[in-house]
Design a protein around this ligand. Structure first.
Ligand code: FES
Length: 352
């Protein structure tokens, strides 16, 4: 099949064309559809759909994201699957809103200039990119950009730290990121070792659907390490939009050397008196003020904050997100009022 497939999403009735060598999700996002997705690496299952008409090539997926039984029943992961028939009709498993009901944020690929790339802790690097002058790049708070790293088949997503401006574009045309170096991480190792101010780097996006839960309740952010980025983006966006209720953020890092972004958090707290942020150190027994000591799960179990009515944002490594989500529920957080974003592993070729 050389021609593009005509793809229809039955949930909304929207259609788009998908070339045979492009994933169903990517073509749909490029067409402006709001197809549910998260990792884009065949590992989380967020983009799962039932193939109601036509056929697909499943590509590389993790068995815990979609089982062989599910594939036999006609399900696929749209982030990995490519069309193999002229027509494909899909029914997404997760809810989705039609294109017209949400602001238009369409991913693209472009070359960004590195404005800064420097280590801010022993393991975390801050990267600032400039969007090309004259290019209109819009994103939603909580989204990520994928960095194309030499030698890796799949690019690696990193969350944008800022909230978009009122017009949906980056403030002063710049986007910043925090990149944790992982022991066996090809992508993070390459970025730490090679990225320099003045370089050009190929990026794709924005992607991701981490967003504020519905409602107007207090905001409670719980971040593990550089999981801070998407939580901070969403909280800053809510504050800029006029949210005046309590907005509390807790960030977990190993020790004082790993504290980062404290300047940005302090600036936000000064601009918005209803916002406050605390760092908790998990590997230091004796901790002076203003730092806290212990894991976030232990602090929630000890202090038992009343999270009924709160909107809870959790981001970090998968084990952190799972444990903190459970702890938040024991503090009366409603599951529907919890939004999570975790660093899910991707295709082994992709690295971290
Ligand atoms: S977005 Fe497709 S499996 Fe995660």
């Amino acid at each position: 099949m050389a021609d593009s497939a005509a793809v229809t999403i039955l949930n909304t009735g929207e259609s788009y064309l998908c070339p045979p060598d492009v994933a169903l999700l990517d073509a749909g996002l490029a067409a402006g559809l709001h197809i549910p997705h998260s990792c884009r690496g065949g590992a989380c299952g967020t983009c799962k759909a039932r193939v109601v008409e036509g056929t697909v090539d499943h590509g590389w997926v993790m068995s815990f994201a979609i089982t062989d039984e599910e594939k036999a029943e006609g399900y696929c992961l749209t982030c990995q699957s490519k069309p193999t028939s002229a027509r494909v009709a899909l029914r997404m498993v997760n809810d989705m809103v039609p294109r017209a009901a949400a602001p238009t944020v369409v991913p693209s690929e472009f070359e960004a200039t590195v404005l800064a790339a420097h280590r801010v802790t022993p393991t975390v690097m801050r990267v600032v990119l400039a969007v090309p002058a004259g290019m209109r790049f819009a994103f939603n708070a909580g989204q990520n950009l994928e960095f194309v790293v030499p030698g890796l088949v799949q690019p690696r997503p990193y969350s944008i730290v800022e909230a978009p401006g009122a017009d949906g574009t980056p403030p002063v045309g710049q986007l910043s990121f925090y990149v944790t170096r992982h022991d066996r991480g090809h992508a993070s190792g390459w970025l730490h070792d090679n990225l320099r101010t003045g370089d050009a780097i190929q990026v794709r996006g924005p992607y991701g659907e981490f967003h504020l839960p519905a409602g107007d309740g207090p905001l409670f952010g719980l971040a593990g390490g550089t999981g801070l980025s998407p939580v901070l983006s969403l909280m800053a966006d809510a504050l800029a939009a006029g949210f005046a209720g309590p907005a509390r953020l807790m960030v977990s890092v190993r020790d004082r050397r790993e504290i980062f972004a404290f300047d940005a958090l302090s600036a936000l707290a000064r601009a918005y008196p209803n916002f406050g942020a605390r760092f908790t150190l998990t590997r230091e027994a004796s901790v002076p003020a203003p730092w806290l000591s212990g894991r976030i799960t232990d602090l929630l179990a000890r202090d038992r904050p009343d999270l009924s009515g709160a909107r809870v944002l959790i981001a970090g490594a998968p084990a952190f997100v799972d444990a903190v989500r459970s702890a938040a529920i024991t503090c009366a957080a409603a599951p529907a009022s919890i939004a999570v974003d975790s660093f899910v592993s991707r295709n082994p070729d992709a690295g971290r």
